[in-house]
Design a protein around this ligand. Structure first.
Ligand code: SF4
Length: 350
C-alpha cells in the first residue's frame, strides 16, 4: 500500500515536471533546462513536504514563474491572494521585500519567507516613516496615498495604499481636493494628469523604468510598423506619452491576451514580464526592450532551496507598525474590485 502511494506520488511528480519542461523549453536551451530541472524538482518536493505556498511576481524569471509558483500576478493580485492562504503552513514570496511584508501583514501567525532579504526596491528605499510624518506636519489634514512599493513603516504612516492599476481610483475615492501621493513621482504625475485633485508628490523613482527613453520607443516603432507600445506608469511621463497604453502589469497582461495572431507588442517594463507573457501567448510577437530589476533577480532557485530547507530568512514586522500598515492596505482592497489572478496549478499538484 505504502509502495503504491509512493509510486503514485512519483508518477504525479514526473507528469508535473514534464508539463513544466514543455513550457520552459520554449524559453531556454535544453542544456539550461537540464541544469535547472533537479533544482525545480527539489523545490517541488520541499514545498509539498512543508506545505508551503509559493507566490511569485510577474517580474520573476520563467523558471520560478512557471516552474515553482502556485500563484502569480502583480502586487495587487498577490496582496489579495496572501489573504486567502490559510491552508498553507508558510508562504514563500518570490518577489521583493516590500511584497513579502504585505503578505506578512495578512498572515501574522505564519512564517513568510523570502529567499534573499536584500531583494529591495529603489522606490521603497526612497522614503522613510519620518519623511511621511514631516510631510503630514507640513500639509496638515491632507490624506496620504502610498504606492504599495513602500516599506511597512511607510505604509503605517499612510491613510491608504494603491497600486499602479488602481492609483487613480484610490485618489478619487478620497473626495479630497488635495492628496499627498508617495513615493513614485512619475506615477504621481500619471495620476495628476487624469484628475482635478491637486497631487503633492515625492521624487522616488524605479531604477528599472526610469531607464527607458522616447528614443527607444521611436526606434522600435520605426523597426516594427504597427507595433503596439505598452508602458508602465513608473516610466518617465514622456515615455508614457509615446505609448499606446499606460498600465499596470496586469493591464499589460490582459492587453496581450486579447491581441490577434501575429500582433507585435512592446512592453516598456521589466524584462521577465515579456519572457513570461511570450510563453503564455505565443500567438503574439513580443518585442523586448529590456531593463532588468537587480532586486527581483536576487531571487534564484538555489537560494529558494536553502530558504525552504532552513525556513530562513523570515519577514518580521513590529506589531504596532503591522497593525497600521495593514489598515492602509485593507482600505485599498475595500475600494477596489477583485482582479483576475493567474493561478498555475502545475507546481501545486505535486
Ligand atoms: S522593478 Fe522597480 S519598482 Fe519593481 S521592485 Fe524593481 S526597483 Fe522596485
Amino acid at each position: 500500500m505504502l509502495r503504491l502511494s509512493i509510486n503514485r506520488r512519483l508518477n504525479v511528480m514526473m507528469e508535473t515536471l514534464e508539463k513544466i519542461e514543455a513550457q520552459l523549453q520554449k524559453s531556454m536551451p535544453r542544456f539550461e533546462w537540464e541544469l535547472r530541472k533537479p533544482l525545480i524538482e527539489k523545490i517541488l518536493k520541499l514545498k509539498k513536504e512543508k506545505n508551503v505556498v509559493v507566490l511569485a511576481h510577474n517580474y520573476q524569471v520563467p523558471e520560478i514563474f512557471y516552474g515553482i509558483a502556485d500563484v502569480t500576478g502583480d502586487s495587487l493580485a498577490l496582496a489579495r491572494e496572501s489573504v486567502h492562504r490559510q491552508h498553507a503552513d508558510a508562504i514563500l514570496f518570490c518577489g521583493v521585500h516590500f511584497m513579502a511584508e504585505t503578505a506578512k501583514l495578512f498572515n501574522p501567525e505564519k512564517p513568510v519567507l523570502i529567499a534573499d532579504m536584500q531583494a529591495g526596491c529603489s522606490l521603497a528605499e526612497s522614503i522613510t516613516g519620518a519623511d511621511v510624518r514631516a510631510l503630514k506636519a507640513k500639509y496638515p489634514g491632507v490624506p496620504v496615498v502610498t504606492y504599495v512599493n513602500s516599506s511597512a513603516e511607510v505604509k503605517a504612516e499612510s491613510d491608504i495604499c494603491c497600486t499602479s492599476g488602481n492609483a487613480l481610483a484610490v485618489v478619487q475615492s478620497l473626495k479630497s481636493d488635495k492628496v499627498i501621493f508617495l513615493p513614485d513621482g512619475f506615477l504621481a504625475s500619471y495620476v495628476a494628469r487624469q484628475t482635478e485633485v491637486e497631487i503633492i508628490s515625492w521624487e522616488g523613482t524605479c531604477v528599472v523604468h526610469e531607464e527607458f527613453t522616447t528614443d527607444q520607443v521611436e526606434a522600435y516603432r520605426a523597426q516594427y510598423p504597427g507595433l503596439k507600445v505598452l508602458a508602465h506608469p513608473e516610466c518617465h511621463p514622456d515615455v508614457q506619452s509615446a505609448a499606446d497604453l499606460v498600465g499596470s502589469t496586469a493591464q499589460m497582461s490582459n492587453f496581450v491576451a486579447e491581441q490577434p495572431a501575429g500582433a507585435q507588442v512592446a512592453l516598456i517594463t521589466e524584462c521577465s514580464m515579456s519572457d513570461n507573457l511570450a510563453l503564455a501567448h505565443p500567438h503574439v510577437e513580443l518585442v523586448r526592450p529590456c531593463s532588468m530589476c537587480p532586486h527581483m533577480k536576487k531571487i534564484t532557485l538555489e537560494k529558494i532551496i536553502t530558504c525552504l530547507e532552513t525556513f530562513q530568512p523570515q519577514i518580521e514586522i513590529p506589531q504596532e507598525v503591522a497593525y497600521r500598515a495593514k489598515r492602509a492596505v485593507e482600505r485599498m482592497l475595500e475600494i477596489t474590485a477583485p482582479k483576475k489572478v493567474v493561478s498555475l496549478p502545475l507546481a501545486a499538484t505535486v
